[in-house]
Design a protein around this ligand. Sequence first.
Ligand SMILES: [Zn+2]
Length: 90
Amino acid sequence: MELKNCMESLVWERLDSVLRAYPEMCTCQKCRNDVVALALNALPPRYVVTFAGETYTKVHSLEQQFGIDIVAALTNAIDIVSRKQQHEKK
Ligand SMILES: [Zn+2]
């Protein structure tokens, strides 16, 4: 049994598909973390207590509810991170 922010899993799941639309965006671990952190700060947290195997139905209904918001938050976060890239580009 654990406490889990479903929104975090959903944002990570969507990250790659949204990043595909931004081929010039750096996808190193740091930039990915920055994007997810920014997106999560813009989204409401959705904590649930999970038991093994029980998570998916909850996550799925949340995805239906927040799918568009998640993509919008990720798009906005990618925009911010790509504009102030905090490390040297290789
Ligand atoms: Zn990077």
